[in-house]
Design a protein around this ligand. Structure first.
Ligand SMILES: N[C@@H](CCC(=O)N[C@@H](CS)C(=O)NCC(=O)O)C(=O)O
Length: 198
């Protein structure tokens, strides 16, 4: 179902019966049940189709992925969001009266978080360890959005977190960290051997 965001459709009483916070995405099931929040929707879909696993295969791994994912949402998404909401595109659309100090603060805190991600991805191939999870999906979408629409791409010297379609084909979606720290980045063959069923 298409929703006219700019026209304010998500703020109407009819839409708020689907999601009281007046935001998309909303997954509407055949029986009319509506499910809000992107992560809740993803969890629901993974419960229906468990493989490939993105949210964790053991209690410990599930909690570890959740911790990384929440930090991405609360400490990166929130700041990119502040820079976006108070930036020129949203202002030009006349949706929000921008506050320059909030834009600048969002931008500075997002860059701080990028520095932190750079060290994480220099030590390990993925956000939450040695395999691709939902935390990587969120991180890659956020970095892409920030670069394309908020002029808030990571600085060029942060080569480990740069999304890399070329490396993605080799099994790692990020930049040149594999080359800088090869011991932390075993080849796909070595990784398969390490994780073989015993
Ligand atoms: N925490 C929510 C955030 C959803 C969200 O911010 N949606 C934006 C579009 S990406 C929206 O609907 N904005 C419309 C508005 O705020 O009026 C989720 O992850 O689903």
């Amino acid at each position: 179902m298409e929703v006219d965001l700019r026209g304010g459709e998500t703020r109407t009483p009819a839409f708020r019966t689907k999601n009281p916070s007046g935001k998309i995405p909303v997954l509407e099931l055949e029986d009319g049940t509506c499910l809000a929040e992107s992560v809740a929707i993803c969890r629901y879909l993974e419960a229906l189709v468990p493989e490939p696993n993105l949210f964790g295969a053991t209690p410990l791994e599930t909690a570890q992925i959740e911790a990384v994912h929440r930090q991405l949402e609360l400490e990166l998404f929130a700041h990119i969001g502040a820079a976006w909401v108070n930036g020129p595109i949203v202002a030009a659309a006349g949706l929000v009266k921008p506050i320059e100090a909030q834009r600048a603060r969002g931008e500075a805190l997002a860059h701080q978080f990028y520095d932190r991600l750079e060290s994480t991805l220099t030590e390990q191939p993925y956000m939450a360890g040695d395999r691709f999870t939902v935390a990587d999906i969120s991180a890659l979408c956020l970095i892409e959005f920030a670069g394309a629409l908020v002029k808030l791409a990571p600085k060029p010297e942060l080569t480990a977190i740069a999304p890399s379609p070329r490396n993605s084909r080799r099994g790692c979606p990020y930049g040149s960290a594999r080359r800088r720290n090869p011991r932390a980045f075993p080849s796909p063959r070595a990784r398969r051997w390490r994780h073989r069923p015993r």
